[in-house]
Structure formats: C-alpha cells, structure tokens
Design a protein around this ligand. Sequence first.
Ligand code: GCO
Ligand code: MG
Length: 402
Amino acid sequence: MKIVAAKVIVCSPGRNFVTLKIETDQGVYGIGDATLNGRELAVVSYLEDHVIPCLIGMDPQRIEDIWQYFYRGAYWRRGPVTMRAIAAVDVALWDIKAKLADMPLYQLLGGRSRDGVMVYGHANGSDIAETVEAVGNYIDLGYKAIRAQTGVPGIKDAYGVGRGKLYYEPADADLPSVTGWDTAKALNYVPRLFETLRDTYGYDHHLLHDGHHRYTPNEAAILGKALEPFRLFWFEDCTPAENQEAFRHVRQHTTTPLAVGEIFNTVWDARELIQNQLIDYIRATIVGAGGLTHLRRLADLASLYQIRTGCHGATDLSPVTMGTALHFDTWVPNFGIQEYMRHTEETDAVFPHDYRFEKGELFCGETPGHGVDIDEALAAKYPYKRAYLPVARLNDGTMWNW
Ligand code: GCO
Ligand code: MG
C-alpha cells in the first residue's frame, strides 16, 4: 500500500485552519490538523516543502516508522512547527488505518474505557457579575465543569474575556493587539470571583481557572492558596513552564490542583513535572504534541504518577483535533477532562463530524476513522486571513506573557 498524494488545505471559516489530507493507492484517505494559531503558514511550508515530498510512496500503514522518520529524520527535533506537522501526518495515518480496519479509532487504541467524556466550557465576562451570569448559562446548558475568567477593573482586556457567549476567539487582528496586565489587581479580584460563584451556585459543579502563564511561582502560590476554599478542579498555567522546577514552589504552598501543557510539544516538556508529581493534569493534546502516537506515550508516563489528562480544546484546534482527542479520551485510562470551546457554525459545516454534546459530555461517533472530514469546496470559500494572538504589556510598557 502506498501514499500517492498529500495536500495542505488552508481555510478560514471564522478562523484559520491548516488541514493535511493524505491519499492512498487504495482510495482510502486520511485527514490531520496542523493549525498553529497566529503562525499557520510556517506549518504549511514545513509540510509542503519538507514533509510531503518524503511521504509520497511511503506505506501509510507504518505509522510508528513514519513518526520516527519525521522526528529523528529531521535532525532538528521538537518545537511547535515541527511537532504540528508530525501530528498532522500521524492523525491522517491513524484515520486511514482505522478506516481500513472498518473501526472507530478508539477501538484500535484498545477500546472504550468510558461512555462519555466530561468537558468544560468557557464562561467569561468583563466583571464578576457578568462572569457569574455566564457560568449560569453553562449550567443551564448542562455543563458539569466550567472555566471562569473575568475582566479585572484597571486591566485593559484581561486574558480570557471574549466577545460572544459561546465563542471566544483571541486571534483577532491583522497585527497583534496590545492588552494589559497587572498581577496585584488580579490577585485581589480573582478570589472574589470564585467566592461569588460558590455563594451563588454551590459546590455541585467543577470550576476551573486559567492563569495563562501570568504569575511568578510565588504569586501563583498566593493565588492557589487563596482559591483553596472554593475547591477548583484545576488552576491552569499558573506560571510559565519552561523551567519545570518552578512548579515545586507552587506545589509546596497550595493544594489547589495544577494543570499545564497546552503549549508542550513532547514528553520532554513535562518529564520533570510528571516524575516529581508537581502537577495533577497534563494539558497537551493531539495537534500540539506530535499526534496520537506521541500523546499516548505522554499519557502513559503520566498515569504512573496518577496524573490525569485534560486535553487542550480551544477553537484554534480544528474539529479534526477535537474528534481525534475524543477517541483518545474515550480510551485513555487516566482521563481527567476535555476542554470544549465550541466552533462557529461555519467551521462545523466545513468539517463535518460525528461527535455530539449531551449533558455536559462529548461522545465520539462510530464512523470508521476519527469521524471528521473536510468539505473542500466549502473550505475554498473561506480564504486564509492573517490573524494574530494579542500581546500583553504591564502598565509601564514592559512586555509580559500574554
Ligand atoms: C485555553 C487556552 C487558549 C489559548 C489559545 C491560544 O486554555 O483554552 O489558554 O484559549 O489562549 O489556544 O491559541
Ligand atoms: Mg489555557
């Protein structure tokens, strides 16, 4: 069996997506997501100029070997561009293998470990009152877990405050927009949000919060401690994780569960965090961490330390990643939760899929493969549009972590 063609489809049905389609000499094809928010075309070039020429003629059934070929064979290892390109190939090949086996992907991974996959949605508002209302909307929609982010008085466009009720899209401008940040103000305001949420809705729902890499380890420890009475499901990206050792300080000072990893590319980004049990949830997902082949290894390592998965699922991960992640989540023994930011109707139409939401859970379908396709004719109606993520500056102009 041979790969006879592969192409990259770039489209922007509400936001940009990069999709790889691999075709075989037996007529079966597979689809993979390669979207890297704000840097999409770098991955397009990596695939078109450097990966596709090697793929043609390869046996698509040799998923592991092809993964190693592109990882070891590039010589230059890791990084978001490389690992997304590898992920796209890997997912397309798993799609092909599952279609050939006439099975939904989770069956190939080892079968079902659960019926549905608990997801969390994003509630946000420009202040506490608005966020409390937004959380109420998610509760009405049947969510069991909700991430809450609030604007903070005195901070220009604090992280996480979107424009719509269900759709939150940070990559919004032709050149990066400039947002503000003030840690002292956030440290005073965020605990009040969670206090009000628990006073209003009680303790029956899981609440999550994203620090989006803004705090130093000690500030993260202060916030984690202040949030303890409100029993968060997790406090995410409490501090930047390039220095994995930084989490030790946070861990020593708070029992609030910690989650990290949406920007991780490989198991090496998380090894010390996992082996020293400095986190509770690992957030890496299919497109970010080299596809199913690599994410499986990461999840297995995490399981040895009772760390559970919490796959990234923002709108910049296409329905192809969401569909594949749901098969992974349905199988993985140490599943924790799945992030679920809804895509726009235009995006859902371009990527027909068989997963569905019901009572706070997502269910993958039974279609052979990962269950997500691309309508190329429709995709062609939405050409690429440059869109950057914002940057963040402190009040005195200093660049900060967005
Ligand atoms: C999350 C994330 C996202 C990222 C986005 C960047 O927890 O969902 O932090 O919202 O900001 O994926 O492209
Ligand atoms: Mg996040």
